[in-house]
Design a protein around this ligand. Structure first.
Ligand SMILES: CC(C)(COP(=O)(O)OP(=O)(O)OC[C@H]1O[C@@H](n2cnc3c(N)ncnc32)[C@H](O)[C@@H]1OP(=O)(O)O)[C@@H](O)C(=O)NCCC(=O)NCCS
Length: 304
């Protein structure tokens, strides 16, 4: 087996990685590599670890190492092996490569999207520890599961986001609400504008709460087309809900979440999902009261 680091992927290599990731998602029911890595596969420099059966042969395993990392100073990796080339040591070779390249193995985080026996065993084999767990929660949007009602707090007005005008206010609330979060904190207006340029962006599904003309909370929704990772049907997402710490605890989180759920239901979507840190008990409680149940979990494994 040949396992090499590449700073740039040729167009043909990037295409093979896309095919590998699609084949893995089909078999595993979850995409193994995140959207941000896939979007940049063919452009610019990065740390790509490519496994082939012989030098120059087709890609059978792939890992990406993000050395910029998260807001907690960890470098972050994702990896996948083509379903027809599993259990031949490729996953192990990729993990060895990641552990060797990471500046500090204890600060290496490897994502397993969905907890499969294969990922669990691979982590065990290298003595990796569970460092973080992100839950996916899901709720049907059918008429059989009516949405609860919640009164909007006194003096609060809801409206939708205005591109070009609301970025600064939204980012200020986001960064105050997520000052502790490894990825969601420290956003810039540019991060918001980059998402506004994506196909899925819809200002009608992006809700702001204001008090005395000041933004104090928001709920940004997203719609995913049907794919293996969505359970085979289109699904809505509670993409980000952020409430200014000064306005937390007053029921605004539920009100904003519900505004988004009504919007997603009006689009005819059968269900809605969201990601939440497994130790964020207050958020989980809010979502459970709105009818969400745990669907599955993404785990970050860390070196020693
Ligand atoms: C997890 C994954 C990368 C493993 O790739 P792989 O090439 O099959 O891994 P290896 O052949 O090196 O196997 C590693 C160990 O896991 C075990 N293993 C692999 N698949 C397994 C399964 N389905 N059930 C139980 N054990 C399994 C192997 O037997 C081996 O253990 P051993 O060396 O003690 O015998 C692959 O299944 C995959 O791409 N899954 C989807 C993406 C993912 O989960 N990535 C995160 C990994 S932390």
């Amino acid at each position: 087996m040949d396992v090499i680091w590449q700073e740039r992927l040729s167009g043909a290599r990037a295409e093979q990685v896309r095919d590998l990731v699609a084949a893995a998602a089909e078999v595993d029911g979850r995409a193994p590599i995140g959207e941000h890595v896939m979007m940049n596969l063919g452009n610019g420099e990065g740390n790509h670890l490519v496994a082939t059966e012989r030098p120059g042969g087709p890609v059978v395993g792939y890992a990406y190492l993000d050395l910029t990392g998260d807001n907690d100073g960890n470098v972050v990796a994702e990896l996948a092996v083509h379903p027809s080339h599993r259990r031949q040591g490729t996953g192990s070779a990729l993990v060895e490569g990641l552990l060797a390249k990471a500046p500090d193995p204890a600060a290496l985080r490897i994502w397993a999207h969905g907890e499969t026996p294969a990922a669990t065993r691979l982590a065990e084999k290298f003595g990796l520890r569970r460092a973080r767990e992100l839950w996916r929660m899901r709720r049907p949007l059918s008429d059989a599961e009516p949405l609860p009602t919640r009164a909007t707090p006194e003096g609060v007005v809801l409206r939708t986001f205005r591109p070009g005008a609301d970025e600064a206010a939204m980012v200020a609330v986001n960064n105050r609400a997520f000052s502790w979060h490894p990825e969601q904190g420290g956003w810039t207006e540019e991060d918001v504008r980059a998402r506004e340029a994506e196909d899925w962006f819809d200002a009608d599904g992006f809700f702001l709460a204001e008090r005395d003309g000041r933004v104090i909370g928001f709920h940004w929704t997203k719609v995913h087309p049907a794919s293996p990772g969505t359970g085979g049907e289109p699904i809505g997402e509670v993409y980000v809900v952020g409430i200014d710490p000064d306005a937390q605890g007053g029921g605004l989180g539920s009100v904003l979440t519900l505004a988004g759920l009504h919007h997603l239901r009006s689009l005819g979507l059968p269900a809605v999902m969201l990601y939440v840190e497994s130790d964020n008990t207050s958020a989980i409680r809010v979502y459970q009261k709105l009818g969400f149940d745990k669907w599955d979990a993404d785990v970050q494994f860390a070196g020693k």
